[in-house]
Design a protein. Structure first.
Length: 462
């Protein structure tokens, strides 16, 4: 009987031990990411899960402008970097990770268009060479240009900005200016001149290269400069364009709008959008430059390293945030420094309703080439809110200049002066009270001495 009971107990212990080990093994499998829960996800589901995790991380990145005192809180964005800038004053109205170097993808073509318009003529003929197409792959944006094909710079810019054709962008760079290398160098030089200190371009199209990078702040500065060229916005606002037949292709090439906020037929259409450029590579993810004009403020919004179409929603939210919360304030109407004689154009800063002009810090930079001219810049807790070209006042230029001599009053007929009493001269003799006090003191001393002598004599006689 005892042996039977022992066998039963041993069997029960073995069953319990086996069950526990199985549970531990299953737990370790799930913790390592190889359990059945993960195995049930399809590749598309795994990709979507990763995408959502990346979006959540990007959304959690600090928005620096939300840290400013009395600054209205801006919306969160799913891009790793975002900015809204007023293009005419340079005011930064929303700032999230704005100096992080990221890959731009095809928004690079904003800089390509700028250098082309600054250095070329729209009617110039550009020719496609072998280098312009040799790098292409089947999944790259292109319009099918052939080696030796000729078209105008104007048409090449339609292909570059509207269709985002990579071979068209390369063709522009290879034909405008001295040569391709000069063009790329010019892209970088202009970026630096505009204040884009964290940018390095190595190509005109934005296809991935580890040494090809920029920031949302830098792209906003470059994009603001392009805003000065109406032809660029004529191109970017076009929904469909026909590139005419060329020397090598008798067919018309159709190019279409890719920026959904500019297309009234798209759900993402935004009534104030007036231009922009899309971008995407596997490394850069989704990038976007968008221009908006509500009749008062002229804004550029740049977002980088977002995931998919959510970038359009982000951009609309950012524009609405600025249009609803910020105002233009005239510099000349509010400046109290006395250093500004006049300003060029409509000089203003852009600030929230809760911030006053007196809260801003002013800095003046003199123009080293033209005496009397300079740039006045305003910041709020270190954030730029506007700048303008000005004529400086004499109070600033010559702060140590002597005051003008006062005019001498006209001579008046002399008036006879009434005789005035002469002040009584104080006597140089000692004060009477002092003399009396001294005499009394001497007398007291004499009496004391006399008494002392008398006492001694009396003692001696005894």
């Amino acid at each position: 009987m005892k042996r039977t009971m022992q066998r039963i107990l041993i069997a029960i212990l073995l069953i319990i031990t086996f069950t526990v080990n199985m549970n531990v093994y299953a737990t370790e499998e799930n913790d390592s990411g190889t359990g059945t829960a993960e195995e049930e996800l399809t590749p598309d589901e795994l990709e979507e899960k990763q995408r959502q995790e990346d979006m959540d991380k990007a959304y959690a990145i600090t928005t620096e402008s939300n840290e400013l005192t009395d600054w209205p809180e801006g919306p969160g964005t799913y891009g790793e970097s975002s900015i809204v800038m007023d293009m005419e004053s340079g005011a930064i109205l929303y700032a999230k990770n704005i100096d992080e170097q990221l890959y731009p993808a095809s928004i690079t073509k904003i800089a390509t268009a700028l250098v082309a318009l600054e250095n070329g003529n729209l009617d110039d003929t550009v020719t496609v060479n072998g280098d312009c197409i040799s790098f292409l792959r089947g999944d790259y944006s292109q319009i099918g240009l052939k080696e030796g094909e000729e078209l105008s710079l104007h048409e090449a810019l339609y292909a570059t900005l509207l269709a985002s054709a990579n071979e068209a962008a390369y063709t522009v760079a290879a034909n405008v200016g001295e040569d391709y290398d000069w063009f790329i160098a010019q892209m970088n030089q202009r970026a630096k001149e505009l204040g884009a200190e964290n940018t390095n371009f190595v190509n005109p199209h934005g296809l991935h290269d580890d040494n090809h990078y920029t920031t949302v702040r830098d792209m906003a500065l470059i994009g603001s400069e392009l805003y000065k060229y109406p032809v660029a916005f004529e191109i970017m606002q076009t929904l469909e364009h026909q590139i005419p037949a060329t020397n090598l292709d008798e067919n018309v090439k159709y190019v279409h709008q890719k920026h959904s906020m500019l297309n009234p037929e798209k759900a993402e259409y935004y009534e104030y959008a007036v231009g922009g450029k899309t971008g995407y590579t596997n490394m850069a993810k989704t990038t976007l430059v968008t221009y908006a004009d509500n009749g008062d403020l002229h804004l550029v919004c740049v977002e980088m390293k977002a995931r998919g179409k959510i970038i359009y929603e982000d951009t609309e939210n950012l524009f609405n945030y600025v249009f609803d919360n910020f105002k233009k304030v005239s510099i000349m109407d509010h400046d109290q420094s006395g250093y500004i004689e006049s300003a060029e154009g409509d000089a203003y800063v852009v600030v929230p309703e809760s911030v006053e002009f007196a809260d801003l810090k002013m800095e003046i930079t003199e123009n080293t080439e033209e005496y009397g001219k300079g740039t006045v810049s305003y910041t709020y807790e270190g954030q730029p809110v506007g700048s303008a070209e000005v004529i400086l006042s004499e109070a600033y230029l010559n702060p140590e200049a002597e005051e003008p001599e006062a005019e001498e009053p006209e001579a008046e007929e002399p008036v006879a002066e009434e005789p005035q009493e002469q002040p009584v001269q104080q006597s140089k003799l000692p004060d009477l009270k002092v003399v009396v006090a001294l005499l009394i003191s001497v007398g007291l001393i004499v009496i004391v001495i006399g008494v002392s002598i008398a006492v001694r004599k009396m003692k001696a006689e005894k």
